[in-house]
Design a protein around this ligand. Sequence first.
Ligand SMILES: [Zn+2]
Length: 318
Amino acid sequence: MRTIRKKREEYQNHEPGASADGLWKILWKLEIPPKVKVFWWRVVHEFLPARHILWKRHIEPIAFCAVCGAPEESIAHVLLYCTVAREFWHQVRVGIGVKIPSLNTASWASDLISGICSRQDTTVILCGMWTLWMMRNKRRHGELSMSIQQAVTWARDTAYDLWQISHPVQLQVPDKASPRWMAPSQGWFKINSDAAFYENKHSGATASVIRDHRGSFHAAQARWYERGFDVCLMEALACRDGLLLAKQQGIHQVWLETDCLELINLWKNNDVQRSIVDPVSSSARAAGAGARSPPESATGSGACPPASCSARAEGAGT
Ligand SMILES: [Zn+2]
């Protein structure tokens, strides 16, 4: 990582007019719009028509600031010390949390891009200063300028957008190995059941959604349980509730899908099945299914052939 000193040296070594000089290299890497890069280039080289600069060149008869009456309207005055600038940076500090650091009056423009602020803060500060200069120009030309609050918002949003573009959030790419929600065969319905269990209160909730073979929503419900034993039992209750919901809806051909691997493993174990998974098997029987389901299955309706009665551990695609 470059040190501030190295960046300063890189800047100081640049030769005006050379396209690949240190200043431009630093500017180029900043996460600011191109127009702001060009603007900052002009700030560093004092290529902006501030009144005091024009006055020194005998172009402007007066040097004072038309806003606050300060004797010299320098670039630094417009961007840092004028009453408008002070109010602007106050609002930036309060609203965005970005503070202008202590600056050397001689080298402040180059210091600001030499790493004395974080990259994010530098983006906000330079965008803010560009905005202040645009506001100054509009005032000078008698045009309506945006309010300070609008300017702060623009600087904030621009900096934020640029930061997001430069540092995109890594979206989670679905694992190809984990299948998405798969519709049941035509004429069948799928129940997706899930549960929540709050260990500290020993309470929980269940939720079930029923969709048809096209994936179209058919029915859903959620139930709250004041008492619960553990998460696996709650998952079993969720499956039972899903099956009861299907029964209420007059649905008899169902696939039941849960994301609880432990429950599926218990279901496969006939001995344990009678204990913790009993609510599910009882409901399955009540719905007309056989008391036992084949391996790879959790439960199903009476009309459901074994191969179609699936409870897949990977079926959390809802
Ligand atoms: Zn002023």
